[in-house]
Write a protein of this length. Structure first.
Length: 1083
C-alpha cells in the first residue's frame, strides 16, 4: 500500500526566495530570479549555459531569467511535474543521460551559522554535472542538545520502509487518514515553508568556511564534503568515496582519543524500577484456513495487568511493589511514573543530604588517602583533596579531587527494566507514554517500531530510561532465576515475608500460566478452579505443559488459597516482577564487584563492557581524523566466513554400530575454536599513530621483518594473484574472502573465492600467511602504519578466568559475551544508526508537519491519533568509533582458523584425505579418511580442549585445557558423528551416535525458522531430499509480531529449506563444489 503524506507545504521547490545573507556574500551561488515554479530547470540552465556578453566575457546579470535559453528547448522534462521534488531527480537524470545532479541544503546551527549538507547525491557523475542548493524561506535552529545515544547493536531493520532514490513524498505501511484530518494535538502555529533551487557555481567557496580556516586553495569532494590540497589526492579519494559515502562525513579533530570518562557510572543508581505486563490473548477475526495466505493474525495481545517494583539502593524501606489489574493498566502505569517523577524530584533529586559526621576510621582513611577514589589517580601537591559523600544517604565515600567531586553526581534518571522490552512490553505502553509526555522522547531505535531503549522526561526534568534486561542477560527469566539460591533472593523474601517456607519454595521459580486459555477478561473472574492441563497448551510453540509444571501450578493454587484465575494471575505477575528484580540486582552486584561500574547506567551489555574495558585497561584509543584512512579501514572490514563446501558425507569407523570394515575408515568431526575473537583480541592491536607510508617507504618496505609483537603494525592495499597450481588444495577454504556478487545474484555476499585480488585491504599478518601459503604479491598500492600493543589482553584474560571458575551456564555465557561484545563495539557501524522521532503533535516547531516537510524525510508510521514515528535520512554522519580495532580483530582471527586448516589438518592428513564440509566463522566440520582421528587428538593434546569429554570416554583421551583461548574443541563432546548434510550457509544437519546402541541424535540448524518447527516438523531426510532432489520445504511457523505497536500472535507459511546456494559452484553430482574463480570455471 502506497500513501501520500498530507502536508500543506510538501517539500517541492518553486518560486524565488532570497539567499540568506551569510550565503549570498560568499558569491558562490547563482540564484535565478524566476517568477514561475521552474527554479530547478532555470538553475540547470544557469549551470549549463552561463550568459556571455558580446565581448565574450561572462555577463554580470546572471540572476536574470532572460539571460538563459528556455529550459524546455534544452532539457527532456517529459513527465516531470513542477514544482520539482527530490524524488523526481533520478527520473530527470535518466531522461537527460549526460547530466548528473547533486542537491545540497542548509541547516541552521546555533549563533545563526549555516552549514551546507548533501541531501541528494547522484549515483554517477556525468559529463555535465550540476550542484544545486535547495534553500527554504524559513529556518529553525536545529536542536543540538538531543542525546546522541549510541549502541553497538548492529542489528539491521530488515523490514525497512520507504523507497530508494530519495523518495520523499511516499512511504509504506501506514494508514494516512489520521494525517489528512490533522488529528494530532495542534500545539503551536502551523508552519508555512517554501523551497527554492539555486545553482552552486563554486562549491569550495560555499563550504570552505565550515571546513577549515586555512587560506590555501582546497579541492572539495562533493559527496562527503572533505577537502584536499591537490587535485590528485581528491581524484584518489573519489574512487572509494563514491562507493561508501552518501552524505556529509564529519571526523574528529586530530589527536582526539576514546578513553574512560563515565566516572559517575561507578555510583549505584539510587532508584530503579522493574516491571512486567500480563496480556489477554484475544482470538482474532483474521483467522483463515486459506493456505495461500502468507501471514494470519490469530491472537491479539491486550494488556490486562501491570506490576512494578521500585528498588532503592540506599534505603530499603523506600522499596515497594505495586500492581493494577484492569483494562486501562497501561494508563495506570504511566500515571504512576508521573507521580514518582513529581515526588522523587522534589524529595530526593533536588535535595542534598548533608554529610554525616565522620568516624575516626573515616577521618584516618581521608588523611592517609594518596589516590582519588573516583578517578583513582594520585593527588599532586597542588591538588585540593575533598571529602566526597553520597547526596542521598549522607555517607562518606572517600577522598577525591575537587574537580572529580564536583562532577561525581547522579543525574535525575530512573531506569525502568523489562525483560524483553524491545520485542514485547514497549509496544503495550509506548503510545500512552507519548500521549502524556509533553517533552521529547529520545529513542535508541532499531527501526520505527522497535527500540533498544527510550527515555521519557516529564515537566520536572525527571527522566525514565527504559531498558531491556534481555540485552544484558540473554536467557529466559525461568532459567536465570534457577541459578539463584535462597541467599540471593533478597527482594522476593522481603515482599513475601509472611509466607511459609513451603510457599516460599514455590515462589523461587517462575510460574506457569494458561495464556491461550485466557482470551477474555471475564474468564479471570469466572474461572474459580485451576484450568485443566490441556488449557495450558501453548499454541505458539505447539507444546503442552509438563506434568511437573502442572503439579507446580496445582500446588501454588492450593497453598496460596487462590479463589479465581485473576488472583492466580496477580501472584504470577508479582512473582515474575520480583524474580526479575532479584536476578538483575544480583547481576548488578556481581558487575559492581568485578568492574566497579553499575550496569543500570547502560542500555545493553556491549555498552557496559566497552566502558568496563576502557576503565580496566586505561587505554586511550586515537580516533581517525583522515577521511581516506577511515574509508581504507572500512573497505577492509569483512566478517566471519560461512559456507558449505561439500553437501553430504557419511562416516565409517569402528566406533559406529553400522561400521563396515571392508570400506575405508572415515570420520566426521565438528571442531570449534575456543573464543576465537577473544584470542584475536589478546594479540597486538592498533591504538594510534596512524600514518601513510610515502612512495619511498613503500618501495623499501620489508614485510618479513614485521613480527606479530612488533610495536608498529601495518594495513596494506595490495594486488594478489591466486596461482591455479594451488587451487585444488585451497578449494575448500580459499584465502582472502571478499564481498562480491555471486554469478546471477543481485545481493553481495562474503565469498571465499580463488579469484585474483585487486586493491585488497589486508592486515600484515594475514598477508604474511597468504604469501606463505602460495599466493603471490603483485603490487602494493598503499600502506597505513600504526602503533600497536596487547592493550586488550588483560581484560580478555580477566573474563576468561572468571568464565573458567564459574559453574552455571548463565555466568559462562555472560563472561564470553562480555569479551565478544567488546569486539562488537569496535565494529559498530555508525552508518546504520537510524534517526527516528516519536511525535505527539502535528503543528508547530518539531511537530510531525515540520519533519515531513524536511528534504531528508524518509518515511513515517502512524500508530494512533496521538502518535507518529518519523524516520529521517541522515544528512551527516559523525565518525567517533575506533573501527580500525574491529577490522584488525577480524583479520587476525582468520589467521588462526586458516593456520589450523592449512598448517595442521592438511599437513597431517593430506588434502585428498581431509575434506572440509562446512565452516562458520569459528567452526570447521571435516570428513577425514583416517584410521583414528581421536588418536590424533590424544597425541596432539596441546592443540585441543578436551575438557568436555566424559571422564571415562572410549577414546582414552584425558580432559585437558579447559577454555584455553584458541584451542580446538570437539563440538560433539566425544559423541561420534555418523552423517552430515549441508544445504548452504546456516542450513545443515548431522547425526551423532548416542551412548545406547543403535540410537542417534539429530542436530538441525535452519536460520530464520523457529526452534520448535525445526525440532518437531523437519527431519534429517528433509535436509537430504533438499540436497538430492533440489526440493523446497515449506512449514507453518508461529511467532509474536507487532504492527503499529499492536501485538499479535501470527502464523505464516515460510520457506524452511531451499537449496539455492550460490556461494560456490555445485558440481553435477550435487555434493561436491568448487570455489568461484577455480581454474575449472570460467567465472
Amino acid at each position: 500500500m502506497i500513501n501520500i503524506n498530507s502536508c500543506g507545504y510538501l517539500f517541492h521547490a518553486s518560486s524565488y526566495i532570497e539567499l540568506p545573507i551569510e550565503i549570498k556574500t560568499k558569491h558562490a551561488v547563482v540564484n535565478v530570479h524566476n517568477n514561475d515554479e521552474a527554479c530547478f530547470a532555470w538553475s540547470i540552465m544557469a549551470a549549463l549555459y552561463p550568459p556571455i556578453d558580446s565581448s565574450g566575457k561572462k555577463n554580470n546579470h546572471i540572476n536574470r531569467v532572460s539571460k538563459y535559453p528556455y529550459y524546455g528547448e534544452k532539457l527532456n522534462l517529459k513527465g516531470i511535474q513542477f514544482p520539482m521534488t527530490l524524488n523526481q531527480i533520478p527520473k530527470f537524470e535518466r531522461q537527460n543521460p549526460d547530466i548528473s545532479i547533486n542537491v545540497y541544503t542548509l541547516s541552521l546551527k546555533k549563533k545563526a551559522r549555516y552549514v551546507t549538507v548533501p541531501t541528494y547525491l547522484t549515483s554517477s557523475h556525468k559529463e555535465r554535472h550540476v550542484n544545486l542548493l535547495m534553500i527554504q524561506e524559513k529556518y529553525i535552529i536545529e536542536d543540538e542538545s538531543e542525546e546522541e545515544e549510541e549502541e553497538e547493536e548492529g542489528e539491521e531493520d530488515k523490514n525497512r520502509e520507504g523507497f530508494e532514490e530519495n523518495n520523499i513524498n511516499m512511504s509504506v505501511d501506514c494508514d494516512l487518514s489520521d494525517v489528512s484530518e490533522h488529528k494530532f494535538d495542534t500545539l503551536g502555529e502551523s508552519l508555512s515553508i517554501k523551497y527554492h533551487f539555486c545553482y552552486i557555481k563554486n562549491l569550495s567557496r560555499l563550504v570552505k568556511s565550515q571546513l577549515t580556516k586555512s587560506t590555501r586553495k582546497i579541492h572539495i569532494c562533493d559527496r562527503c564534503l572533505h577537502y584536499f590540497y591537490s587535485e590528485a589526492c581528491l581524484t584518489q579519494h573519489i574512487v572509494d568515496c563514491r562507493n561508501l559515502n552518501a552524505c556529509k562525513i564529519t571526523l574528529p579533530q586530530a589527536g582526539t582519543v576514546v578513553k574512560f570518562k563515565n566516572f559517575a557510572h561507578q555510583m549505584r543508581v539510587p532508584f530503579i524500577i522493574y516491571g512486567d505486563f500480563e496480556c489477554l490473548l484475544i482470538k482474532s477475526d483474521n483467522i483463515s484456513d486459506d493456505v495461500t495466505c502468507n501471514m494470519i493474525k490469530y491472537q491479539h495481545h491486550k494488556p490486562f495487568s501491570v506490576g512494578y517494583y521500585l528498588h532503592c539502593a540506599f534505603d530499603h524501606s523506600l522499596s515497594y511493589f505495586k500492581m493494577f489489574r484492569g483494562h486501562d493498566c497501561e494508563d495506570w502505569f504511566t500515571n504512576e511514573l508521573i507521580a514518582i517523577s513529581a515526588a522523587f524530584s522534589e524529595k530526593y533529586f533536588n535535595k542534598v543530604v548533608p554529610m554525616k559526621p565522620l568516624s575516626y576510621d573515616e577521618i584516618l582513611n581521608f588523611n592517609l588517602a594518596r589516590h582519588c577514589h573516583i578517578c583513582e589517580k594520585p593527588f599532586k601537591n597542588d591538588d585540593i583533596k575533598v571529602r566526597d559523600h553520597c547526596h542521598f544517604s549522607g555517607n562518606f565515600r572517600g577522598a577525591a579531587h575537587n574537580s572529580c567531586n564536583l562532577n561525581f553526581k547522579c543525574d535525575k534518571t530512573i531506569p525502568v527494566v523489562f525483560h524483553s522490552l524491545s520485542n514485547y512490553d514497549a509496544h503495550l505502553f509506548i503510545r500512552n507514554l507519548v500521549k502524556k509526555c509533553r517533552k521529547k522522547i529520545h529513542l535508541l531505535p532499531l527501526n520505527k517500531e522497535r527500540y533498544i531503549s527510550f527515555t521519557a522526561a516529564f515537566d520536572n526534568n525527571m527522566k525514565f530510561r527504559f531498558i531491556d534486561s534481555f540485552r544484558f542477560m540473554n536467557s529466559s527469566l525461568d532459567k536465570l532465576s534457577s541459578y539463584l539460591d535462597n541467599d540471593h533472593l533478597h527482594i522476593i523474601k522481603s515482599q513475601f515475608s509472611n509466607v511459609s517456607s513451603k510457599q516460599f519454595e514455590l515462589l523461587k521459580r517462575k510460574g506457569v500460566y494458561p495464556y491461550d486459555y485466557t482470551d477474555h477478561y471475564d474468564k479471570l473472574l469466572t474461572t474459580t478452579t485451576l484450568p485443566s492441563k490441556e488449557h495450558f497448551f501453548n499454541s505458539l510453540t505447539a507444546t503442552h505443559i509438563s506434568d511437573d509444571d502442572y503439579l507446580h501450578a496445582e500446588t501454588v493454587w492450593r497453598e496460596f488459597n487462590i479463589s479465581n484465575l485473576a488472583e492466580y494471575s496477580d501472584l504470577y505477575l508479582k512473582t515474575d516482577v520480583l524474580l526479575l528484580a532479584d536476578v538483575f540486582e544480583n547481576f548488578r552486584r556481581g558487575c559492581m564487584h568485578t568492574y566497579k561500574l553499575d550496569p543500570a547506567h547502560y542500555y545493553t551489555v556491549p555498552g557496559y563492557t566497552w566502558d568496563a574495558m576502557l576503565k580496566f585497561t586505561q587505554i586511550e584509543l586515537e580516533l581517525i581524523s583522515d577521511i581516506d584512512m577511515l574509508m581504507f579501514v572500512e573497505r577492509g572490514i569483512r566478517g566471519g566466513l560461512s559456507q558449505c563446501s561439500m553437501k553430504y558425507s557419511k562416516a565409517n569407523n569402528k566406533y559406529l554400530d553400522n561400521y563396515n570394515p571392508n570400506d575405508l575408515d572415515s570420520y566426521l568431526i565438528y571442531f570449534d575454536v575456543n573464543n576465537l575473537y577473544g584470542l584475536a583480541m589478546s594479540q597486538f592491536l592498533p591504538y594510534g599513530g596512524f600514518k601513510w607510508l610515502d612512495t619511498d617507504e613503500i618501495a623499501n618496505f620489508n614485510l618479513k621483518n614485521v613480527s606479530n609483537v612488533s610495536t608498529t603494525g601495518y594495513l596494506l592495499e595490495v594486488d594478489l594473484e591466486y596461482p591455479p597450481c594451488i587451487h585444488d588444495v585451497h578449494n575448500d577454504l580459499p584465502l582472502c574472502s571478499e564481498h562480491k556478487h555471486p554469478p546471477g545474484s543481485k545481493q553481495k555476499k562474503l565469498l571465499a573465492t580463488l579469484h585474483n585480488k585487486s586493491r585488497y585491504i589486508i592486515h600484515y599478518q594475514n598477508l604474511q600467511q597468504c604469501l606463505k601459503l602460495g599466493m603471490q604479491l603483485k603490487r602494493v598500492h598503499r600502506i597505513l602504519e600504526f602503533k600497536q600493543k596487547a592493550w586488550l589482553k588483560n581484560y580478555i584474560d580477566l573474563n576468561t578466568r572468571l568464565r573458567m571458575s564459574t559453574s552455571n551456564d548463565f555466568e559462562k555465557n555472560l563472561y564470553k559475551l562480555l569479551n565478544n561484545a567488546v569486539f562488537g563495539k569496535t565494529m559498530e557501524n555508525i552508518r546504520k544508526h537510524k534517526v527516528v522521532k516519536l511525535i505527539n503533535r502535528w503543528h508547530g516547531r518539531y511537530g510531525a508537519e515540520h519533519y515531513i516537510a524536511q528534504p531528508n524525510f524518509h518515511s513515517r508510521t502512524i500508530f494512533d491519533n496521538n502518535t507518529v514515528a518519523i524516520e529521517m535520512n541522515k544528512n551527516e554522519i559523525i565518525f567517533n568509533k575506533p573501527i580500525y580495532v574491529g577490522m584488525c580483530i577480524l583479520d587476525i582471527s582468520k589467521t588462526y582458523l586458516y593456520n589450523f586448516h592449512y598448517e595442521y589438518m592438511l599437513k597431517k592428513f593430506g588434502h585428498q584425505n581431509c575434506r572440509l564440509l562446512y565452516t562458520d566463522t569459528d567452526s570447521l566440520i571435516y570428513n577425514l579418511y583416517h584410521n583414528n582421528i581421536y588418536d590424533s587428538i590424544k597425541t596432539d593434546f596441546h592443540m585441543f580442549d578436551t575438557s568436555d569429554y566424559d571422564e571415562d570416554n572410549i577414546f582414552g583421551i584425558s580432559r585437558l585445557n579447559k577454555k584455553v583461548l584458541g584451542l580446538m574443541k570437539d563440538e560433539c563432546s566425544g559423541r561420534v558423528m555418523l552423517e552430515f548434510v549441508g544445504i548452504k550457509s546456516k542450513l545443515y544437519s548431522f547425526k551423532v551416535q548416542c551412548d545406547s546402541s543403535n540410537t542417534y541424535e539429530v542436530v538441525k540448524k535452519a536460520k530464520g525458522v523457529v526452534d520448535n518447527v525445526v525440532r518437531n516438523t523437519i527431519s534429517f531426510e528433509d535436509y537430504l531430499n533438499c540436497v538430492r532432489e533440489n526440493t523446497t520445504l515449506l512449514r507453518e511457523q508461529r511467532s509474536i509480531r507487532s504492527s503499529k505497536h499492536d501485538i499479535f500472535s501470527i502464523k505464516q507459511n515460510k520457506i524452511a529449506l531451499a537449496g539455492n546456494d550460490d556461494k560456490r559452484y555445485i558440481l553435477s553430482d550435487g555434493v561436491n563444489t568448487l570455489a568461484w574463480g577455480h581454474y575449472l570455471l570460467e567465472y
